[in-house]
Design a protein around this ligand. Structure first.
Ligand code: CU
Length: 494
């Protein structure tokens, strides 16, 4: 989809506006792009990273970094197997990485410095080219180490959806709606996160719990407070706080396919639409073996859910987060039936537990892998200037040393046995591959293919994947605050 003249003009005026309002950051954007690498032919897509003003509500405009001065970044519709070129301009003064989340791409374009992807230099651009795949709902986002700097990385508005069209689309729906969930205006707080208890199976593993609890007790006994967490002042869907922006207008009887992305830096989200159910058809863009109806969706950071909602309860409703505070600060969007008026209604759903096995093969078991890799995740409370440090097999990730790192043999099937000795839920992400969930808290399962999966507190999850991508693949907790403070490792496939 080349940018047409109208889009270019619109885009040009937006960046010009940005240069007036955003402290000079937009100035480079208003002038023609410096064409490093002599692009010649225009790229199929252009993404421009710049400080921008995003209007979450008329009286609430935030300054953040975004793609093409919009939030979310533009929806990129790509075709499976059909090569694309993308020009990524970086108008900021921070070198950037753009990660193509959920795709199987070589390391020079995947978008992780830890793997060796070149940075998009500050005030410069990089043209990249790749063959999209696999088909389904993917996304792109920044991939920096933000550390204690809430002005960079995923704390910004650097998220956009990708849809890779399959060769055959089943099409049992009337239309598609893409939703990106995102918080803005982050801040640090002390005192720890609330434990969340929505995952099933929910049983804790005694030895993991003992290890985590005794480490925490020892730290607090030495006078430490609990490590920092991140909170947010504003919440949005598609860059608008609930009630602002256009409602999603539907007709009775319509079947709407929602593609929902949790674009948060750190938060787990839930969603419900009063009086309606979601038929979940795909997780992380991959069709599930057993599409099932659920009243509530839960999404860890970077997870995607595709679900069909049959519109059969006319009214004006809030599709919103179950957390009252977050929803009241914007995490929702209005669904308005034709010829219906009035204040959008929210009805709190009954508690609903989230279980990936609901969408799995019935009584499925995965085949034994060639090899199992044991991974124990643990927290060192407030160990780095008040920030929690995260370890994999007792080692926090060190990019200088490139440790920890695991060697893989090309073509072999591996099982990651992930054991969580902390009470936090971690959305675990593997770059350049997808994996199959093999067990959750000791319960075997099969057929659910993902690239991020929530690992419950004091639980074990096993995931299987085939090492079919040469070179380095990053594996990490997708919460920015966790990955930045050690929660990463590399797989090196030869
Ligand atoms: Cu984590």
């Amino acid at each position: 989809m080349p940018i047409d003249r109208r889009d270019f003009l619109k885009f040009g005026s937006l960046t010009a506006l940005g240069s007036v309002c955003s402290d000079g950051f937009g100035a480079a954007a208003a002038s023609p792009a410096p064409s490093q690498g002599a692009p010649g032919a225009p790229a199929d897509h252009t993404l421009r990273i710049a400080r921008s003003l995003i209007e979450l509500a008329p009286d609430h405009i935030v300054s953040t970094t975004a793609y093409n001065s919009q939030f979310p970044g533009p929806l990129l519709r790509l075709k499976e197997g059909q090569r694309v070129t993308v020009d990524v301009h970086n108008d900021t003064d921070v070198p950037e990485q753009l990660h193509w989340h959920g795709q199987f791409l070589p390391i020079d374009v995947d978008g992780a410095a830890e793997e060796g992807t070149p940075y998009i230099p500050a005030k410069s651009m990089r043209r990249i080219s790749f063959v999209p795949g696999p088909a389904g709902f993917r996304f792109y986002h920044t991939h920096l180490v933000a550390g204690d700097n809430l002005a960079i990385g995923q704390y910004n508005g650097l998220v956009g959806p990708v849809y890779i069209e399959p060769r055959h689309e089943p099409g049992a729906y009337d239309r598609e709606v893409f939703l990106t969930l995102k918080e803005f205006e982050p801040f640090f707080s002390k005192g720890g996160d609330m434990a969340m208890d929505f995952l099933r199976p929910g049983e804790h593993e005694h030895s993991l719990e003992e290890r985590g609890e005794s480490a925490m007790k020892a730290s607090l006994a030495q006078g430490a407070t609990r490590g920092y967490e991140v909170g947010y002042q504003t919440f949005s869907i598609n860059g608008r706080m609930c009630g602002h922006g256009e409602p999603i207008r539907v007709k009775a009887g319509e079947r709407v396919l929602f593609h929902i992305l949790n674009g948060s830096a750190t938060e787990i989200r839930s969603l419900a639409l009063p009086g309606h159910v979601f038929k979940v058809t795909a997780l992380d863009g991959n069709p599930v073996p057993h599409p099932a109806d659920v009243p509530v969706l839960w999404l860890g950071t970077a997870e995607r859910i595709s679900a069909i909602v049959e519109m059969k309860r006319p009214g004006v409703w809030v599709l919103g987060d179950l957390a009252d505070d977050d929803r009241n600060h914007g995490m929702g969007i209005v669904i308005e039936y034709a010829n219906q008026r009035g204040k959008p209604q929210w009805i709190k759903p009954k508690p609903f537990a989230w279980d990936y096995r609901r969408f799995a093969q019935l009584n499925g078991h995965t085949a034994a892998p060639d090899e199992t890799i044991e991974l124990v995740f643990a927290k060192r409370n407030a160990a780095n200037r008040g920030f929690n440090v995260w370890t994999i097999n007792d080692v926090p990730f060190d990019m200088a040393a490139m440790l920890p790192k695991f060697d893989l043999k090309h073509g072999k099937r591996y099982r990651l046995r992930m054991r969580n000795a902390s009470d936090d839920i971690h959305p675990m992400h593997l770059h350049r591959h997808s994996f199959e969930i093999a067990s959750i808290a000791g319960q075997p399962t099969a057929g659910v293919i993902k690239d991020v999966a929530m690992l419950g507190g004091y639980q074990t999850m096993e995931v299987d994947f085939t090492a079919d991508q040469l070179g380095l693949s990053l594996f990490h907790c997708h919460m920015q605050l966790h990955m930045d403070f050690g929660f990463m490792t590399l797989f090196d496939c030869a």
